[in-house]
Each structure stands twice: as C-alpha cells, then as structure tokens.
Design a protein around this ligand. Structure first.
Ligand SMILES: [Zn+2]
Length: 495
C-alpha cells in the first residue's frame, strides 16, 4: 500500500532550529522504513510563507515578502538536505501551483454551501494570526498566552466556514479509529475539543495583504492556516509534475502539540466539507527542551542542528533526538547528552562491534565471510511492530537490545582464544562465531538504516552486502558465505 508522510510546513518568520530538524528526521525515518518495506512512498516537507507575521518580518529586514521568503525558505531547504532527508517534494505555499489550488478549494467549499459572509469582531493576535476568546487570554490586559503581548480588537466582514456543522462527522471519525490521533492523550485532547462544540471559523482576512486572494473578493486573503493546511494535498497534485493524490492521499501527518487543534479538528473538517478523505493518521509529538528549560536562543542552551552536523555528521543527530526522548512526549536534550550517547552507544556499542567483527574476519578468515549459522535471536518482527505504532524510540530500544546482545556474545565466545587453537571443533566454532557477528552487523544495518542511513550503508559495505537495506533482509542468517569483508575506518570517530 502506498504510504505518504508529512512534516508541518515550517513558518518562515524564524530561522530553522532543532525543533524543525526533529520532525523532519522522524518523518524521514518513517519514509525510509516504508520504502525498505517495498512500499511506494511520498514524503513531503516545506515552508509556510504567507501571513501578517511574515510581511512584518520582511519589512523589518528591508525586503519584499517574496524576497524574504526566498531567503528563509532556502535555509530550511538546506537544513533538510543536510539532515539527509529523502523528501519527495519541498513545497512552498508561494508556489503558484499551490496558490491556484487553494483558491479552487475555497470555491469548492463555497459551492458546496459550507461558507457564508458575516461580520467578525474579536480579539486578534497578529503573532498567532488567530482570534482569541477573552477567556483564553491572560488577564489583565488581554495578553496572548503564547506571545505575551496584548491582542488587538479587530472588526471585519469575513467569509466563514461552517465548522460547527462538522461536530458529528468528526466524532464519527474519532469513534471509527481510536488511534486516529496518537499518542492516546492527544486523541483524548482533540476529541474533547470537538465534544465541547465547535464555532464557525473565519477563513478570510481583510487585514492581511500577504496571502492568497479570495477568488470572489480579491481584496481579502485566505486565512493563512487554511492556505497552509492545504499544502498536504496540493503538493500531491503538482509536486512531482503529475497528480499522484489518488495514489498517496490520505497522508499520515506528524505535528507538534501546539498545532493540534488546527490539524486534528479543522483540517479533517475542511477536507470532508470539500469531499476529500480526511488524513489517514495524525501523530502529535512533544517538545524538546534543554535541561528543565525551554530551549531558547537567549538562554544559550540551544543545540544548533547545523553545528552538530558540521561537527559529527547527520547520523548522530538523527539518532540522538529519537533515542533520548520518547517520541510523542516532551523531553530534555543537551549537547553533553548528545556527546555521551555518541561516545557510549554509537562509538562504543555499535562502532566497536563493527570494528571488532570485521577486523577478526580479516585476520582469522582472510576477509571472507565463513560458512556458519547465526546464533543470535532475530528482532525484526519486534522492530516492525514498533514502527507500525510510530514508536520510533521504541524501535531503537529493541534494536539496541541486539547491539548489546552481539557485544555480550563476543565477550562470552572470545574468538581470539578460539583462534589460537588448532582443534577442528574450535575452528568450527570460530566460523560460527564470526559468521554470527558479520550477520548481526548486516541485520543491524538494515534495522538502523532509517535512523542512521549513511552509517548503515558503511556497515553493509564492510560485510560485503552493499545496498541491501530491504526489510525482508532485516532478520538473521541471511548473509551469504564467501562475501568480502573489510575493516572500515571508525564509523563514529572520537571528536
Ligand atoms: Zn499570539
């Protein structure tokens, strides 16, 4: 079955940071895993470029909004490439193809009777691009809870979407699939927002000029969040030069918990209103913090993804963020913690295993995989179960169990002692031992390929099985005898 996965598109009013890298890595891990299962995959990421906030940031930078977007979007695209992400398209909401389809979508909603005109008056945060109820603001002073700045009173003639009419349909969707939104706490949160009753939503803005014009009233722009959400579908329609929406929609969306309501309530309703299928699944991840503090530039506790990649490569960063913090929950990451995992788990546990296994085969068997059978237990079924649950940290836990088992096996078997014996039984046992180690390195490379693709490929080359990342090779006992083994330079050199 085709699989499509998305990150949120990243808002260009700020530079890329670790939070963006986090979701991009997770989506790439899923995309690579589904590809190694032989599925057709569409992995989408990109930038969200409209709205008052962007227009203001551009003005401050002395640029037109489009010039500003071009610059910042390029920095996001650069981060995606440096993370070694395999996205099939990088969408920009300023793509003319996207903008035209956003307008078509609004026309479709209007023709289906889901839009109406009304006056909107309310408290509006330009930072959030969102109207607030007074009860959701910090008092006194009507302060935006996110931006800590006072909101403004705004009154305008708007186009409204009948979101309230979709309460029942949304609840049906949630009832049909108790894992529609994951983790469970987020499902409950989204569901209770729907149960509390939904208000109609203003989907046009007279006050925002940097956006997609409303087709029948071009002095207004389409609400930036409607424009942004639609990227998940429009990209499939034009991103690869042909319309692949029929194959790849509905998608699985990864998102941060701050945008839960928009993705888990508004987005499925918009789709159903226009006659499209709602998303396949929504996975809501947590925040990365530093120590007990939220990461912030001013606190100086920021892990700069580009710096880590320059120092250690993309693989250690990809590994660390998914290993350190349970995917789906909040957790703390630090540069010290990253370096501890790098030295302890990547260099010691995994790097040494590869180094020892290959060095001993070179030394004792002339660099050829001996005949043998694998004595370790395969874990591929347990890992794929974790992947199916989008439990990326759980998958790494299971994989690390095999890394440790292989290291214990070396210590117990002591191949260097067997190698000194001329007895046939000892030499046969050495064959089995070395085969087991080479095969374990190969299996680990397949299992780890989604997480640390460059290192995994080097592991496969070292045991003479380059490129063999297909999931059907994730089990044990599949390495052919006679393959050429070489000892690679350290996979994770000491910094
Ligand atoms: Zn705000």
């Amino acid at each position: 079955m085709p699989f499509s996965v998305t990150t949120p598109i990243y808002y260009v009013n700020s530079d890329p940071h670790l939070g963006h890298a986090y979701t991009t890595v997770a989506a790439d891990v899923l995309a690579r895993h589904h590809r190694q299962r032989g599925e057709e995959v569409f992995f989408l990421t990109g930038t969200d470029e409209h709205g008052a906030k962007v227009a203001r940031a551009a003005e401050e930078a002395g640029l037109t909004p489009k010039e500003f977007c071009d610059q910042v979007s390029a920095r996001f695209r650069d981060l995606v490439a440096k993370l070694n992400a395999t996205n099939d398209y990088f969408i920009r909401t300023t793509d003319p193809e996207h903008e035209a389809r956003v307008q078509d979508f609004l026309v479709r909603l209007r023709e289906a009777g889901h839009l109406y005109e009304d006056t909107y008056a309310g408290l509006y945060c330009t930072g959030c691009e969102q109207f607030y109820a007074e009860s959701d603001l910090e008092q006194p002073g009507n302060i935006c809870p996110l931006h800590k700045t006072p909101v403004e009173w705004l009154e305008e003639e708007n186009t409204f979407f009948r979101l309230s009419a979709f309460t029942g349909k949304l609840l049906e969707l949630y009832d049909r699939d108790p894992e529609y939104v994951a983790p469970r706490t987020r499902y409950n949160e989204a569901r209770s927002q729907i149960e509390a009753g939904l208000n109609d939503l203003s989907v046009s803005r007279a006050s925002v000029s940097w956006g997609v014009p409303l087709p029948w009233k071009p002095d207004q722009t389409i609400y930036v969040w409607v424009d942004a959400l639609l990227n998940y579908h429009t990209a499939l329609e034009y991103g690869t030069g042909e319309d692949v929406a029929a194959k790849f929609w509905p998608s699985t969306h990864l998102l941060g918990k701050d945008i839960l309501r928009l993705h888990c309530v508004l987005w499925p309703a918009l789709l159903m209103a226009a006659g499209y299928e709602p998303p396949r699944k929504l996975f809501v991840h947590g925040y990365l913090t530093s120590g007990d503090q939220k990461m912030s530039k001013s606190l100086g506790n920021v892990i700069d993804p580009l710096q880590v990649i320059a120092d250690l490569g993309a693989d250690p960063l990809r590994f660390y963020v998914l290993r350190e913090v349970q995917w789906g929950q909040d957790g703390s990451v630090t540069r010290d913690g990253l370096e501890r995992r790098y030295a302890g788990e990547l260099a010691n546990d995994l790097g040494n295993l590869v180094s020892r296994a290959t060095a001993m085969i070179v030394r004792y068997r002339g660099g050829l995989v001996p005949e043998g059978r694998c004595e370790l237990e395969p874990i591929d079924a347990a890992v794929s179960e974790r992947f199916d649950a989008i439990d990326l940290t759980g998958a790494l836990d299971v994989i690390w169990g095999l890394v440790r088992a292989a290291n214990r096996y070396v210590e117990e078997r002591q191949p260097w002692v067997l190698a000194r014996s001329q007895a046939a039984a000892d030499q046969a046992l050495l064959d089995t031992t070395l085969y087991t180690l080479a095969d374990a390195v190969r299996s680990l490379a397949v299992l780890l390929h989604p997480f640390i693709p460059a290192s995994a490929e080097r592991m496969l080359e070292a045991v003479g099985d380059p490129g063999a990342v297909a999931w059907e090779r994730a089990g044990l006992g599949l390495l052919p005898a006679g393959g050429e083994v070489s000892q690679p330079p350290p996979l994770f050199p000491r910094a």
